[in-house]
Each structure stands twice: as structure tokens, then as C-alpha cells.
Design a protein around this ligand. Sequence first.
Ligand SMILES: Cc1cc2nc3c(=O)[nH]c(=O)nc-3n(C[C@H](O)[C@H](O)[C@H](O)COP(=O)(O)OP(=O)(O)OC[C@H]3O[C@@H](n4cnc5c(N)ncnc54)[C@H](O)[C@@H]3O)c2cc1C
Length: 807
Amino acid sequence: MDSHARVVVIGGGVTGCAILYHLAKMGWTDVVLLERKELTSGSSWHAAGSLFALTSPSNAAILQKYTIELYPRLEAESGQSCGYHPTGGVHLARTDDQVMALRLLQSRGKRNGIESEFIDLAEARRIAPILNTDGLKAVLHEPLKGYCDPAGVTQAYAKAARDMGAKVHRFTPVVETRQTPDGEWDVVTPAGTIHAQVLVNAAGLWAREVAALAGIKLPLLPVEHHYMVTETIPEIADMKGELPNISEPSGGYYSRQEGKGLLLGAYEATCTHWAEEGTPANFGHELLPDDLQRIEVNLARAIEALPCLQTAGIKRVINGPMIFSPDLGPLLGPYPGLKNYFCAAGVMTGFNQGAGIGKVMAEWIIEGEPSLDVLFWDVARFGAWAGKRYTKARTKYFYEHRTDIGYPFQEFEAGRPIRTFPIHDKLAKAGAVFGLNFGFEYPVWYARNGEAREDRYGFNRGNWFEAVGEECRAVRDGVGLLEISTFAKYLVCGKAAETWLDRILANRMPKKAGKTVLSPMLSRKGRLIGDFTVTRLDEHRFLLLGSGPMQRYHMRWFEENLLADGSVKVENLSARYAGLQIAGPASRSLLQKLAEDDVGANAFPFLSGREMGIGSCPEAIVVRVSFTGELGYEIYMPAEYQRGVYDALIAEGKTFDLRHTGSRALLSMRVEKGFPSWGPDLSPDYSAFEPGLGRFLRLDKPDFIGKAEAERRAKAGPAERLASFVVEADGVDCFGGEAIYRDGKLAGYVTSGSYGHRLEESVALGYVRTPYFEDGAAFEVEVLGERRPARMSARSCYDPDGGLMRR
Ligand SMILES: Cc1cc2nc3c(=O)[nH]c(=O)nc-3n(C[C@H](O)[C@H](O)[C@H](O)COP(=O)(O)OP(=O)(O)OC[C@H]3O[C@@H](n4cnc5c(N)ncnc54)[C@H](O)[C@@H]3O)c2cc1C
């Protein structure tokens, strides 16, 4: 066996083979795949092979589209059939909410060039003669749906990769992985040891066991999944073409043609976990005992749409295991803190996503970063807090609700609470309804006296609408208090802290202690990978504030780029430090009641920050920034002080009618202000220029990561630009993904939306292609399938000059 390889991929399922293929395709042919048994010996051999592209988030849809469109080319390249059947497919809707969900799915698909159209019931019956259309309110046709042969696809990737020079060793289990002093890997098998620059864990059902060989834990748990195949169904046998795939939001089933019969897959109403303590080493081309009783509910739902199932004979029942992460998304990318170790595990729909995953993984390994934002699949999105209990509760919930409609703002209770900051009980008493942010509970809105502390989801404005309106108006007129402990906080210290930060971040670091700057962080290819508020505390100490869910990603980046001499240290304070924000015209007077320093307008101007005593906390850090557009302050403190500081703010705040506010009020206010937020509006899909952060780059600095590419992009100008919109909404606000039109042409897409309670108008942020960007121009935004008039504003819609937050 080979003694060296650039990359060793562990696992010969569809994921490992797709990665091997893409590595070879990108020119890395000195790559080896090790498979413990025959290829496909995990979940891959018994998959149903159903395909679809319309999904959320947007980049998952792009990668699924890429995967499906690759099959004909892969067949041609490898000479191996993928059994690819581009049958198209239909999504059925029986309720108004399901119709709205499909309209939103369609609108989001437009951004990614994924075609779909609503067809009438007669047309639905024509293309799917077995379909009972009684009770259907809408049918959405998606041409990219279809199915493939799972074994054929896996073999085709492997064959094409081998043809390009990659090697595949079957019956070669990896029994040990040892990191060598050079940061590379010795991969031990009974047939010998391979020294690899990079290791990829694509071990599917055994990803946990392979991770353990390197001393790491992945939040994964296998579940059982059933599908059945019927005998010949006469209507299908009589069809000229093939039956389209059929699925139903909230139906809990999917179906497609198999031979002259039907394949019906079911997300069982009660999820059954499998091999919780570890996947048996000897498991391979085997199935689990089937139990048709477990899919009775799903079958009943499917019979409503496909009555032929009532009489069709059952030819085969499959019950196979597959392995999931807590949100059912894959765990991809470099494992934080472990050099040259990549994960590609927890892949739920490997035949829909395999090529997309293979492509981004190969780019990540070879070029250092994927070509599009895959943060929603990044292994770094979970921390150690995603333990076994959480993983079990979440995989159960999301599996059982796999086909449910996703509502805007939806939070999921399963597995919570995990982590709370010290004032959690006090906030709950004040009426807080909580969401989850990197394992921590945080308030999203506050129920008023007598109101139920619960979200009731729908596509129209939620039950929190009026309460959030009051929260926003309180911030506009007096003062609001927001718990912001879930923001990420980092302390960067050391003699070289300033020069290091000047290299890591694109803005120039403040020269004077007490100054605050906003700074984008760029990847080597000039992509936006972070945006931080940076405060210089003293000569050698800086506080960085950033996105909470990004903290493991950011720590991975910081650690990768630390200086070898140890002259800079980065400490993640996020879980140890709590935060409280006060905002509104009365916030200064309130702060002064507790602050040991003078916080007057001159002594403590906008964009400054410093350590000072606040109430009972002698070592708080106060930063004067604003995400609401009003005068405001963020107060950070070691978590043990939070209860005391909170009590003092509440006591002193009585004079100012202080009101608790949640993140939904913050969303409304920041969208009114036109402030983009990490996640919905900011991501590695953009450089600093599209969202308007170019003004924070200092291209005259000697050097910083991503500078060369930033210079190139500055010259070329952005292809699309972020703009504010006031939308003539009718009881439904945008929430992201809606298509934007100008003069009837697709011009862009919404990234964030809300009702603006201060402006008393519906507002949105969205990207439009640069030629369409024009202040004051008339657009249309497709809100749940209906094009609503909208006006673009190049400037902030609320207090455009920013006088309120600077006062
Ligand atoms: C019943 C069922 C129906 C499904 N239907 C669909 C569908 O319609 N569409 C779809 O897209 N997906 C479907 N899936 C999901 C799909 O099967 C998985 O997403 C996919 O197979 C995951 O592939 P993988 O390569 O990540 O993992 P696996 O297929 O589990 O492959 C992992 C491989 O790693 C090898 N390995 C493990 N440990 C070692 C080691 N130490 N050394 C060497 N090799 C090792 C294993 O032998 C195995 O071959 C279905 C799954 C099930 C169970």
C-alpha cells in the first residue's frame, strides 16, 4: 500500500467518494480513499436515491442543484451508470399555510436559478395519473426532482476518481489515526500505514468511532428510517413516461417510481434511535428488522394522495440506519483545534448533496476555503454544549418533523435549555420568550401582563407583533434593556496585539485606548468572514465583539493565524462574560446613575469604550455603539456580576420607564436603520463591498489578510449592493429569501425584513444587482407569491444622518 498521500479520505460511501472525485478533478490526484469493507457499506447502499433541489438555505439549494446536474456528466465521464431519472416532481399543498410555504420556496428558488411552477390540478393528474387531487389547494412542479441509483452513483464517483489517478483501497479499515509532530497524520490500517498531509473523516455511520481515534467527539446519532417498494401498479405500468416524485409538506412521506411500482419513504412519527452507544464494528450490508406499524401514520397520509397504495402489494421493506447531527445538517470542514483534520459527517441526503459537499470540501482542502458560504453546515456551528442529551432530543424532533413547514422566526424547544446566563430566571419572570443562540437561551420578545409566554407561528404577523411594537417605541422614546450575553466577546492581548489585529482585520486598529472601531475580517480570497466591534482597552489589550454563533469558527481562524512566538493571546470570553445593552434617549442618564466614570456626551462619545465600575461590578467594560439607531451602550461583565448590575438597572430604570426588549425588536430597529447583521445579510458570499462595508477597509495599510483581493474588488466594483426597502405590505412582512423585481425583471433578493414600528412601515434589506441600484427607485418584492410595491433607499430609512445615536 502507498506510504504517503496528500489526502486520505476515510470512508467509501457516497460522501467519501464524491470528495475523492472532486479532489482529483481539482488536480490533487495523490489522494487515497480507505474503505473498511466494500464501497457503500454504510447508509449508502440502501438509500432511496430521491432527488430534489428546492430547499433552504439558499446555498444548500445551489449545492443540491449542482449535485443533480452533475449526474449525466458523471455517467459520461466514468462510463458507469448513475441510474439517473430526471422525472421532475410535485409538492402538494392542502392548507393555506402549505400554499404559502410553497410560494416562499418557489420565490427563494428563483435566486438560485431553480425553476418551478404552480400547475393546475388537471395538469397534476395528467402527469401523475395515480394522484388524488381532492382536497389539494396547490401543486408546485419542480423539474429538477428525480431519482438515482445509489450504488451506481457511488461507484461512478470512485471510478472517475480512479481514472484521474486517485486510489481506492477496499477492505482496508482504519484502526488508528496519529497526528505527527509536523501536524500531518499517520493513518494506520492492517495493510500498513499511510502518512497523509490531510485527513478526512467521511466515515458515515462510523464517523463517531473514527473521530474518537483522533480524540474528538462529533454530535451525531443514528436513527432508523423506513421505505417500502410496491409490486406493479397498473396505472404506473400503463404510463408512457415516468411518474414524477410526489411529496407533501407536513406529509411525513416521499414517493417516486420504482420499476413499475412505487417507492414510499416515511419519516416515522416516532423516531427510533439506533446504536446510541456506538455503531457496531461488524455492521455492513445489513438492514434492521422492519416494522410497518411504525409508518402507519405516514402511510395513511400518503394513501390520501395516492389511493393505489391501499391495494398495492408490498414487494420489499427497507429499514436502514442513517446518522444525523442535531439540526440534521452535515458537519463539514476543518475540525477546530485539530490541524489538517477535516470532517464530512452526518450527511443526511448524500445523493442530493454528495457532489456539492465533495466540491466545497475539495475547495476547502486545496484552496483553504470553499467557494460559497457553507457556515450552516460547518462543523464549527456546534460547540461542546451540543452533548448527547441535546443531540438525541434534536435528532428526534427534527426527524419526526422533517417535512414540516418552516415558519419565520421559528424556535424549537427540543433539548433546551442547555446553557443560561445568570439573569435567565429574572427575564423569564419579566415575560421573556426565549430563543437559542450557540447553546444559550436569550430573550426574543417579552409577553405583556396576561399574555401567554409563547410564540404562535404563521406567515402573517406573529402574536408578538404588538408587544414588539411597544418595545421599539420604548427604545425610541425612553430606554430599553436588552440581554446581549450571547454576543461573542474575545480579549486579544500581548505586545504584538495591535500589529496582529492590523493584519487579521481590515480596518486600522484604534491608536488610543478608549477608542472603538468597526472592522470587517476577510479571508485570504477577500471574502467577508467576520465583522467586529473592536475597542482598545489599553496598550496591549483589545476587546472584540462579534456574532455569537460564529465563535468557534472565529476561534479556529484566530488560532490558525496566531504568531508562532506566542506574543499574542486570544481568549474567548463569550460564555464567561455576560452582557446588557441599554438603548434610547434616556440611556445616558440611566447609565450615569450606575457608572463610576463620567459618561457625558463629551467624556464618552459615540464609538468609544472603556473599563469602568458599573453598580456592583468593579470591572465592567462599557462600549458606546448602536445597533438600534438610538443612543445606546453595551455593558459587559464577568457573568457573576450580571444579577447585581441588572437589579440596579431595573431599580434606577423605573424613573425612566425602562422596558425589557428582545431580539425581534432589535431586528425591527436595525432593519429600519439599514444595519446588516451577520448571518442573514453578511456572510462569506460577499466581500466587504456588496454590503457597504468597504468604508471600513484601510487599503493603505501595509498589509492585511485578503488585501490583494480587496484591492481588486474595490477597482472592479461590486456586482450587487445591499439596499433598504420600504415595502407596501399587507399584513405580511418580508423575512428573507423573497425575490426582488425592477420593471418586471428579477433584480435581487431580500435578506432581512420586519415591520418597522418606529417608521410605521414594513421594511426590508436586500441585495440588488448594481445596474438596478438607484435611490428612490420603484421595485416589487414577492411577498409569499404576491408582488408588492417597494421603494429603494440607498440610505438608512430611519434617521439617515445618524444624529440620534451620536447625540
Ligand atoms: C432507508 C434510507 C433511505 C435513504 N434515502 C435517501 C434518498 O432518497 N436520497 C438521499 O440523498 N439520501 C438518502 N438516504 C441517506 C443516504 O443514504 C446518506 O446520506 C448517505 O448514504 C451517507 O453517505 P456517507 O458516505 O456519508 O456515509 P456511509 O454510507 O455510512 O459511508 C461511510 C463509509 O465509511 C466506511 N468506514 C467507516 N469506518 C471506517 C474505517 N474505520 N475505515 C475505513 N472505512 C470506514 C464504511 O464502511 C462506509 O462504507 C437514505 C438513507 C436511508 C437509511
